[in-house]
Each structure stands twice: as structure tokens, then as C-alpha cells.
Design a protein around this ligand. Structure first.
Ligand SMILES: N[C@@H](CCC(=O)N[C@@H](CS)C(=O)NCC(=O)O)C(=O)O
Length: 211
């Protein structure tokens, strides 16, 4: 099994999941130019990370990869298995993280993709930060009185949130201000598997890396 990733990106979550599973895997960190190369576009037509390659399967989309890893490794305890009561909540939160929170960050990191007005980047960034705040507030409220995003134990949804929450530690309203999210991030930042992923990436917990 091989994961294509890049340091500090959402693919950090899939890398953490592979560490939690504990079976052999390869990870290749690629840069933005390689993501747009002809060979890589055959694996991931969007030209982004993550992509998981498992035999003949080349699977893009972070949430699909996380569900695949849960289903292929039911004994690993990295998320509710198909058919269990909590499984629907795993779908819900992976969809929210990949479909709502993640896209809200993009205009902050790449405002030029969201306006044709070269003088309008500050406004795009400011508006996107308000959306990030809205989504993080909703997640923080969900975490009130809970230890983990889904069910009673850590899951791939926590790893996915961990990866994205790291992006806003440098914002005017830092991730630290969402106390339940920050508590979850701090817990995972002490997880040996997470520390191993940071070491492989050359990154550190809570230090923002532009996605
Ligand atoms: N919908 C995709 C989005 C993945 C994505 O945007 N990945 C970012 C890193 S966090 C990326 O590789 N961006 C490169 C680019 O947009 O050029 C998913 O959930 O896997």
C-alpha cells in the first residue's frame, strides 16, 4: 500500500491512519508540481493529495481513503465498522470535514483561485476566515462533553480534524480558541503514531504549515 502525501496537508490524516493500523506501507511526499504531472494525474485526476494505491486500486479523495482503511482493517479500531450504530456518524463527519471545512480553508491559502481581482485577495481571505470560524464553531460545539468526534474512541475522523485544525493555529482567531478542538488536537499531538508522522514530514504539532 502506498500513500501520496505532502507535509502539513489533509493527507496527514491518512498517514496517521496507516500508522494506527500498524501494517507496512510506503509514503511518498510530493510537491505541487509533481501533483500536476502526467503520471500523477493518472492516479488522481484532480492533481491533489492524498492518493492511496493498493494493488490495482488508485483511490483519490481523503474521506474515501479513510473509509477504505477502516473497512479493510476492522481489527485496527480506527473507526466504526459498516453496519454499526456509529458508522453513520463517521460518514457524516468525514463528509463535513472534506466537503465543508476543507474547502473553506482554500481561499485563505490561495485567494487568487477565488477572485479575478488581484486587489481583492484580502477580502477573499477575510470572508474565508469567517467561514472557517463558522465550521470550527460547529465542530467545537459537537465536541462539547465528548472526547472524540465519533463514538467512544479515536477514529479516522479525529485524524482528519487534526490535520485541518492545524491550519488555523496561525490565524487571528487561532485553533487554540476552540477549546474542545484544541483539547483533541493536544491529545493527538501526544499520540506516538502522530509524532511519527510529524517526524516523517518534518513538521511539528500546532505549527501551521500552509496547505
Ligand atoms: N477533495 C480532495 C481535496 C484534496 C486537496 O485539496 N488537497 C490539497 C492539500 S490539503 C492539495 O493537494 N492541493 C493542491 C492543489 O490544490 O493544487 C480530497 O478531499 O481529497
Amino acid at each position: 500500500m502506498k500513500l501520496y502525501s505532502a507535509p502539513g496537508t489533509c493527507a496527514t490524516a491518512m498517514h496517521i491512519a496507516l500508522e494506527w493500523i500498524g501494517k507496512p506501507y510506503d509514503v511518498e511526499h510530493i510537491d505541487f508540481a509533481t501533483m500536476k504531472s502526467e503520471d500523477y494525474l493518472k492516479l488522481n485526476p484532480s492533481g491533489v493529495v492524498p492518493t492511496l494505491v493498493d494493488g490495482d486500486l488508485a483511490l483519490p479523495e481523503g474521506s474515501a481513503i479513510l473509509l477504505y482503511l477502516v473497512d479493510q482493517n476492522p481489527e485496527a479500531g480506527i473507526g466504526p465498522v459498516a453496519g454499526s450504530a456509529d458508522r453513520v456518524h463517521l460518514h457524516r463527519w468525514l463528509a463535513y470535514l472534506s466537503g465543508t471545512l476543507h474547502p473553506y480553508f482554500w481561499p485563505v491559502f490561495a485567494p487568487m483561485r477565488f477572485t479575478t481581482d488581484a486587489n481583492g485577495y484580502d477580502e477573499v481571505t477575510a470572508a474565508a476566515k469567517q467561514l472557517v470560524d463558522k465550521a470550527l464553531t460547529q465542530i467545537d460545539q459537537h465536541l462539547e462533553g465528548r472526547e472524540w468526534m465519533v463514538g467512544e474512541g479515536k477514529s479516522v475522523a479525529d485524524a482528519f480534524l487534526y490535520a485541518m485544525a492545524s491550519w488555523s493555529y496561525g490565524f487571528e482567531k487561532s485553533t487554540s480558541e476552540y477549546k474542545n478542538i484544541d483539547a483533541l488536537v493536544c491529545k493527538l499531538a501526544a499520540d506516538p503514531a502522530v509524532l511519527k508522522v510529524h517526524a516523517a514530514q518534518g513538521t511539528s504539532p500546532k505549527v501551521p504549515v500552509a496547505a
